[in-house]
Ligand binder design. Structure first.
Ligand SMILES: [Zn+2]
Ligand SMILES: [Zn+2]
Length: 151
């Protein structure tokens, strides 16, 4: 009996993607894939770099940057477009809601099944919906305690 790896689906997706683009299936690229999928929360290239270093994998930052681009193109991860401070990413399969503080920019997540809108039923003229990302803007507890009052 073969035990399927928890990232089995993504490994398959990435393999298909690399093959279709005639790109090499290097072990580094797959190490970065696993690292990105295992990462709790949002990440950037530095997060993956340090996480890989901790596991004893030495991968150059350049390789991490280029692999992140490939993981985005293949639809496995996606860039958080609301986060303008820095380029950050998350697993594309996640459905959750982002809570964004308008004072300090901190982003937290909550699970919100209700916001899982069915894209299949959605008809928008001149636009093809791909995914829904929900953001709720407000004041985080830290900022509220510091006396920043909601206007
Ligand atoms: Zn805040
Ligand atoms: Zn998120």
């Amino acid at each position: 009996m073969q035990n399927l790896h928890p990232h089995h689906k993504e490994v398959e997706m990435f393999t298909t993607f690399l093959t279709s683009r005639r790109l090499r299936k290097t072990p580094e690229r797959f190490e970065i894939l696993h690292c990105a999928l295992d990462y709790k929360g949002h990440f950037d290239a530095d997060c993956l770099y340090h996480s890989l270093e901790e596991k004893g994998y030495h991968v150059s930052k350049a390789t991490i940057y280029s692999t992140i681009e490939l993981l985005c193109s293949s639809g496995i991860i996606r860039r958080l477009l609301f986060d303008t401070h820095q380029a950050r990413y998350e697993r594309a399969s996640l459905t959750h809601c982002h809570l964004i503080c308008t004072e300090c920019g901190e982003i937290n997540e909550i699970n919100l099944e209700e916001v899982d809108i069915s894209l299949a039923d959605m008809k928008i003229p001149y636009f093809t919906p791909v995914y829904v990302s929900t953001c709720i803007y407000g004041i985080c507890d830290k900022c509220r305690k510091m006396g920043k009052v909601i206007k």
